[in-house]
Write a new protein. Structure first.
Length: 612
């Protein structure tokens, strides 16, 4: 009887619910998978086992590091890194005519070994087949990883680039004016330059600095913007036509004609934005125009102070008229090179303003005389002329509030080229001749004005010997090299200085707004000293028949603000030296040496008479 309730059992012949048995022998893929697992496990085990040390036979920077673990390899590479940072790297620059050798120190140039990354690369697990093969088959020469501070490396190479660099010389055409008035173009040929690209060089050094030998770098040729052919073509195309005839400059209702010889030196042909062009020097053209017609332009006049009686008056400023240099240059080049050159340059004159306006000068409060002082001249004409020259530089000085004054800076060095003469000065405690002798008298006269105007004295030095024509303790010497007379205008208003020679006196006056009443108190002399008489028999003796008496004196300046306020006092102590009376010759009180005895004369026999 057939059981129809369990078809599965009928088909398989196994009881329902029993697990079927698999036939491994009949499933090849299963064996392959199992083999793969075994192989992968072995690969991983090998990768992990061989990691942690450098492959055998590996060399880094010439050192055999094969088999070294991480710690040993780190120590080895760290020593190498320290040595490399201190060892200069040679570079050799060639190309474009350059031949330059130099060195850069890695520690200063941002070059170093990356020890950590190199160690990790050599001792990490050998997951990659090639890496595993290196461990199994043996190592090789390995270039270590490096760290590069590009900015520091470029900075280290910049001096090398500067030494190599030669700026290109652009060609040009200028004009020679000959003695007969003819004008001839003169050509300056272009000359290429050279340059070393510091950024590109940094990349090359970064790639090759471990190699040991000089790193080769190459300089590039820097071409001029216009070649020689372009400059030569400009001679006939631009230069000769520009000076082929007269130039007319017109403006402000005036007109001037300039011959080529008058304006040619203000022209040139040179590259502009990569093309040759005619260019002009506007200031040179201005000079040529005003030389041909001095009334073409009018210079501005500053406001100034004029003393009428004892009162200062402001003389108003006057605006001028001038051709702006840039406008003149543009007009001239256009007139000489336009599509239809007219050789006529039309210009508009602009008003030129004075440096010191009427309003500015009036606002300074220079309204009255605040001090004046005079000292008598000596008969020495050279000395007087020195004072006259120096006074011209001082006369007319205007000091704004807070401004400082230096007599040395104002007068300048006293030299024969500037008109100064030799005259007596005190040097080393003696009178000698030197250029500018006598200018100290102007300094003394100026100092007394500063004193009585109540202005802030910054620097002054009395003479070492007292000179009777000056007030004792209230005088100031001067030396270009070491001694100045300086003061500051602390009056709160402007100060105008008038200086010059009037009759037989040096007169200096100051004008402004009086802000202090000043009194001078001079102490009695003390520590009075006199020199002695010296007899000098030397060839260079300079007699001194009027020796100076030495003494010490105090001068006190008592200042009271105008309108009332607390009194201020300043005291200067001056020590004057004494000098000796010098007589050129022997001391008459010194006994004369006794004459040296002379041996008595011996009579000589008369000459023999020849035989007759």
């Amino acid at each position: 009887m057939t059981n129809t309730d369990h078809p599965a059992q009928q088909e398989t012949g196994r009881p329902t619910g029993a697990r079927p048995r698999r036939s491994w022998a009949r499933r090849p893929a299963t064996w392959v998978g199992l083999g793969a697992v075994v192989v992968a496990g072995g690969y991983c085990a090998a990768a992990l086992a061989l990691g942690g040390q450098a492959p055998r036979g590996t060399t880094v920077l010439g050192q055999d590091v094969g088999g070294q673990d991480r710690a040993a390899l780190d120590r080895t590479l760290t020593r190498s890194a320290q040595e490399l940072r201190a060892r200069p790297v040679a570079v050799q620059v060639t190309g474009a005519g350059a031949s330059t050798s130099a060195e850069v120190v890695p520690a200063q140039a941002g070059l170093s070994l990356d020890v950590d990354r190199t160690v990790e690369r050599l001792t990490g697990p050998a997951w990659a087949p090639a890496q595993l093969w290196r461990h199994l088959a043996g190592g090789e020469t390995v270039t270590p990883d490096v760290d590069v501070d590009t900015g520091a490396l470029e900075a280290a190479l910049r001096p090398v680039a500067d030494a190599v660099a030669v700026a290109p010389v652009e060609g040009a055409v200028t004009f020679d004016v000959r003695a007969d008035g003819s004008v001839e173009p003169a050509v300056t040929a272009p000359v290429p330059g050279r340059a070393l690209d510091a950024r590109e060089a940094a990349g090359q050094v970064a790639d090759r600095w471990l190699g040991g030998g000089p790193v080769p770098l190459r300089a590039d040729v820097v071409e001029t913007s216009v070649d020689a052919a372009g400059i030569d073509a400009a001679v006939d195309g631009l230069a000769r036509p520009a000076v082929a005839g007269d130039l007319v400059v017109a403006g402000g209702g005036r007109e001037v004609t300039l011959a080529p010889a008058a304006f040619a030196r203000s022209l040139a042909v040179r590259p502009v934005d990569g093309r040759v062009a005619l260019v002009a020097d506007g200031e040179g053209l201005q000079a040529a125009v005003t030389a041909a017609d001095p009334q073409f332009e009018t210079a501005p006049q500053d406001a100034r102070i004029e003393i009428v009686g004892d009162r200062p008056q402001v003389v108003p400023a006057v605006a001028g008229r001038a051709v702006p240099a840039a406008d003149l240059a543009t007009a001239v080049t256009g007139a000489l090179t336009g599509a239809a050159p007219s050789r006529r340059a039309e210009v508009a004159l602009a008003e030129s303003q004075p440096g010191l306006t009427t309003e500015e000068l009036s606002s300074l409060g220079i309204v009255e005389r605040i001090s004046t002082f005079a000292t008598k001249l000596t008969p020495d004409a050279q000395r007087t002329d020195n004072i006259r020259i120096a006074a011209r530089y001082v006369d007319g000085t205007i000091l704004r509030p807070g401004e400082e004054f230096s007599l040395n800076d104002t007068v300048g060095e006293r030299t024969p080229e500037r008109g100064f003469h030799k005259a007596p000065v005190i040097s080393g405690g003696r009178l000698v001749d030197d250029y500018g002798g006598g200018v100290s008298q102007l300094s003394t006269t100026l100092f007394n004005n500063v004193f009585f105007a109540g202005l802030d004295e910054i620097e002054h030095k009395p003479h070492s010997l007292y000179i009777s024509r000056y007030p004792e303790g209230r005088e100031a010497t001067l030396d270009w090299r070491s001694i100045d007379n300086r003061f500051r205008n602390d009056s709160g208003h402007g100060v105008y200085v008038q200086a010059g020679i009037v009759g037989n006196q040096v007169v200096v006056s100051m004008y402004g707004t009086k802000f202090r009443d000043v009194e001078s108190i001079t102490s009695p002399r003390r520590n009075v000293r006199t020199g002695r008489t010296v007899y000098d028999t030397s060839a260079g003796c300079t007699p001194n028949s009027t020796p100076h008496t030495g003494f010490t004196v105090d001068v006190t300046r008592v200042m009271t603000p105008v309108g009332g306020g607390p009194e201020e006092r300043e005291t200067w102590t001056t020590v004057y030296n004494s000098d000796n009376r010098v007589v050129c010759g022997p001391d008459p009180s010194t006994p004369k040496p006794a004459p040296t005895p002379t041996a008595p004369a011996t009579a000589s026999a008369p000459p023999a008479t020849p035989a007759q």
